[in-house]
Design a protein around this ligand. Structure first.
Ligand code: SAJ
Length: 414
């Protein structure tokens, strides 16, 4: 088993920073690299620039004990863990530029015997590309795709799988899929993850590991699309979809997910497109599911417009703006998207209730005055649009809202 005394994490975001802090908490020296000076300065003060339960304490302890340090310029290390974003660009084509830039940044400090692990969710073939790119950047080193048995560096993919809001628990307890370019690459990466993972580290090859991560998020997306399609069918047939799903889920082999206003976040709505891009002819259900989930916000907007037509002076209260329950994350949120459309469409007065935030992102600052506490919103609105199942909304009773038109996209009233 290989012991690591110095690890570098490239990209100190929602995945990289918690991973760096957890590795540091195991007594390993960790150097975190990021392009943001703000992130570097914040971390070096023992503080965090992202919201995640308990992360602040862990980072503070790791920085105070000198085990974690952040820097703009890379330094030599035994292992490099790349955790940068992989968004898509025009035409839903994966954008690997962050990975390529990260690799160019670390290439000059890579030494014989080093391990490079890609954690970023990536299309199939990306880990092989890293080996090829690095061969060009460092022709003095032998890459695993060039000589399986005598490579100078080890390269593997180990996709992150943690759920925002539970990152620190899941980083340690989740099983990890580890796919190296060669078996030796996988084994070296397993040694690294065994430092902090209590779940199983399961060995495979790089392409299967890449596809496994995309498959997990696509599985979820397809199943949410099924629930969203059911909700639209049930509206048409005048059936309560929430009751229907509860009943169907009583079958021992049925487990339908929950419909909603659409799918948000940075992963489930993005990753299936990586499969579609790699296999456009074959990936039919996966593409259709994406289309169904992406169209759900428009369906909700149309429903609100129809309801607003019944009132002379419609007052629409949007309950929740975050992308899912009990978090403050508004990025890629269908709820925010719907609320902003309604505000801009001038179909009546629109008020916003989001108990987890005090201010809207600067892009929407003009609408800050629409933010309203829940009791006032309940008093004022004649249409209640439930967009997020925050705990504050789940504690409402149907009697509290009996006089209003309720459009409940999350089933908080069952
Ligand atoms: N949603 C529904 N109905 C459901 C479940 C979710 O509409 O029944 C919506 C949510 O409201 C939200 C979106 O889907 O808008 C995604 O939320 P989520 O909680 O299902 O997942 P994420 O995006 O926060 O995290 C996912 C996780 N993947 C899986 O559960 C397979 C996480 O483990 C991954 O690490 C993460 O993506 C990632 O980074 O890829």
């Amino acid at each position: 088993m290989h012991n690591f005394s110095r690890v570098s994490v490239i990209g100190l975001g929602y995945i990289g920073l918690p991973t760096a802090a957890v590795i540091a908490s195991r007594g390993v020296e960790v150097i975190g690299i990021d392009v943001s000076e703000h992130a570097i300065n914040t971390i070096n003060q023992g503080k965090v620039h992202i919201v995640e339960p308990d992360l602040d304490m862990l980072v503070q302890a790791a920085v105070t004990t000198g085990k974690l340090r952040a820097a703009l310029v890379p330094e030599p290390a035994e292992a490099f863990l790349i955790a940068v974003p992989t968004p898509f660009k025009e035409g839903k084509v994966p954008d690997l530029s962050f990975i390529e830039t990260a690799l160019k940044t670390i290439a000059p400090v890579i030494e014989k015997g080093n391990l490079i692990v890609l954690e970023s969710t990536s299309p199939v073939g990306t880990t092989d590309k890293i080996s090829q790119w690095l061969a060009e950047l460092r022709p003095d080193l032998v890459m695993p795709h060039q000589d399986m048995d005598h490579a100078d560096v080890f390269i593997a993919h180990c996709p992150e799988r943690v759920l925002p809001g539970r990152v620190l628990q899941e980083l340690v307890s989740n099983d990890r899929i580890i796919g190296g370019i060669t078996e030796r690459c996988s084994e070296r990466a397993i040694d690294l993850y065994n430092l902090f993972v209590r779940g199983d580290c399961i060995q495979t090859n790089a392409r299967t590991a890449e596809m496994a991560k995309l498959t997990e998020n696509s599985f979820r997306d397809v199943n949410i699309a099924f629930a969203n399609e059911l909700s639209i069918i049930c509206d048409h047939l005048k059936i309560n979809v929430w009751e229907l799903i509860k009943l169907a889920n009583r079958h021992p082999r049925v487990n339908i997910l929950s419909p909603g206003p659409g799918v948000g976040g940075h992963c489930i709505a993005v990753d299936p497109w990586f499969i579609v891009d790699s296999a456009p002819e074959q990936a039919q259900i996966i593409r259709k599911a994406r289309e169904i989930n992406d169209s759900k916000p428009h369906y909700v907007i149309e429903k609100v417009k129809q309801a607003a037509d019944q009132f002379k002076k419609p007052v629409i209260a949007c309950l929740g703006l975050a992308f899912k329950a009990d978090i403050d994350d508004l990025r890629e949120s269908p709820a925010l998207d719907i609320a902003m459309h309604l505000l801009k469409d001038n179909i009546g007065e629109v008020i916003l209730v989001e108990p987890n935030i005090k201010k809207l992102p600067s892009k929407y600052a003009a609408f800050d005055s629409a933010l309203t506490p829940l009791p006032q919103a309940l008093e004022k609105a004649n249409i209640l649009l439930v967009l997020v199942d925050h705990k504050q909304f789940k504690s409402l009773h149907l009697a509290d809202v009996a006089s209003k038109v309720v459009i409940d996209t999350r089933g908080v009233f069952g």
